[in-house]
Design a protein around this ligand. Structure first.
Ligand code: 4MI
Length: 399
């Protein structure tokens, strides 16, 4: 018995993986935050946290909210998981620290700085082409094209082998959620891509100078065992594409519906350099991730049972009025430090500098040429169990 009385988490019937939730998550986020610091989501028998303070605290307490049972709803310790776990995202220290260190070196500040000239040239080329067309789809013609080109080149995936990356990620990010209609559909649609994706993780499939090759080099140098290299390449291919596709699509949407904020980017390059962080606070590409309780836990006066999944609503934390002023407003001059769109703590996004670089250079290329983005058709969302993203976003640029 603990000296301080603990209460059970209030029960909520909301289904966070339903169509209505993903169509408009924000009213549901408010209900989840207002219900308490921890809630019990009876539909799935999992805990949830949606307030900023608790999400941030949980992300920074890996011993209480572990990742080793998987970052999805499934407990990967319980066998018959359809996918092999990530050896960086879905492990705890000390194993985590060894694999993380390899990726940290590959994706270090100096390494990312070297990418800038090629990323900038491609941003200029692509944006010049889109602006000359005037009207385009910001998903098909921009958000999907740019990361596949520049990050594909940086990792060392041959041009003709990149088609599997986005269908694979769509399925992977669905697989963090329950086996619902969209998860099953993405499995059907992805067919051969899992095999293609895994083939792409082999040393011989990768160019000799990219991030992929550098991961194999870490194995040559004994910094990880040789059998871990393909898995770490898979992590980069899993995390490095569909997330930025979502973020860049959400960015163009943000500018189209907040033309005053686009003006700020045009007027001040410094705003353009930090805009992406506010955009992903406001519309977070990765909406949720799971942790697991390794034992019974007392957290904020709430009792949590052992071996339960805990759904962290990153996107709800990013709009918690207990932490942010006027959180539903996109405000590119806001101080966004502390947002959890990239996570926080030992698993914080290791590729964030690449994501920021892609966004910064695209925004700068548009800022030189474009006065406004206008929607010319109804945006269509791509429903996914983890990502908030668009399937289609028809826009016209005003020059
Ligand atoms: C945040 S997205 C993401 C991160 C890591 C992995 C996949 C997706 C992985 O496989 O390590």
């Amino acid at each position: 018995m603990s000296a301080i009385a603990e209460i059970d988490a209030p029960t909520i019937a909301i289904n966070p993986f339903s169509e209505s939730f993903s169509d408009d998550p924000y009213p549901f986020h408010e209900q989840l935050r207002d219900a308490g610091p921890v809630v019990w989501l009876s539909k799935y028998g999992i805990y949830g946290m949606a307030r900023y303070a608790e999400v941030q605290a949980a992300l920074n307490d890996w011993q209480t909210f572990m990742s080793g049972a998987g970052a999805g709803i499934q407990d990967l310790r319980k066998g018959n998981a359809w996918r092999p776990r990530s050896i960086v995202l879905e492990v705890d220290p000390p194993l985590h620290d060894e694999t993380r260190a390899v990726l940290a070196r590959v994706l270090s500040g100096p390494a990312i700085k070297k990418l800038r000239p090629a990323f900038e040239a491609e941003a200029e080329r692509l944006v010049e082409d889109l602006v000359s067309r005037g009207t385009f789809d910001a998903v098909d013609d921009l958000a999907m094209v740019y990361p596949l080109k520049v990050m594909g080149d940086a990792v060392g995936v041959p041009l003709q082998d990149r088609e599997c990356l986005l269908p694979f990620s769509n399925m992977l990010f669905n697989s963090f959620g329950p086996e619902n209609d969209i998860f099953r559909q993405s499995i059907t649609e992805s067919g051969a891509v899992v095999k293609q994706l895994f083939a792409q993780c082999e040393r011989a499939a990768l160019s000799p100078d990219g991030f992929g090759a550098q991961i194999y080099q870490a194995a040559d140098e004994g910094r990880i065992s040789a059998d871990k290299a393909p898995s770490l390449v898979r992590s980069v291919l899993s995390a490095g594409f569909d997330t930025t596709v979502a973020g860049l699509g959400n960015a163009i949407y943000a500018f189209a519906v907040n033309p005053d904020q686009w003006q700020l980017v045009r007027e001040d390059p410094a705003v353009g350099r930090t805009a992406f962080d506010e955009i992903i606070r406001w519309e977070s590409p990765v909406q949720t991730f799971f942790r697991t309780t390794p034992r019974a836990v007392a957290f904020e006066g709430v009792h949590l049972e052992a071996d339960r999944k805990v759904l962290l609503f990153l996107a709800a934390a990013n709009r918690d009025p207990r932490h942010w002023d006027n959180p539903d407003r996109l405000d590119l001059r806001r101080k966004t430090i502390g947002h959890v769109a990239f996570g926080s703590g030992i698993h914080v996004c290791i590729g964030m500098m690449v994501a920021r670089l892609e966004a910064e250079l695209l925004f700068a290329a548009f800022a030189k040429r474009v006065k406004a983005f206008e929607l010319v058709g109804a945006p269509r969302r791509r429903r996914n169990n983890t990502l908030r993203t668009f399937a289609s976003l028809p826009v016209r640029v005003v020059c």
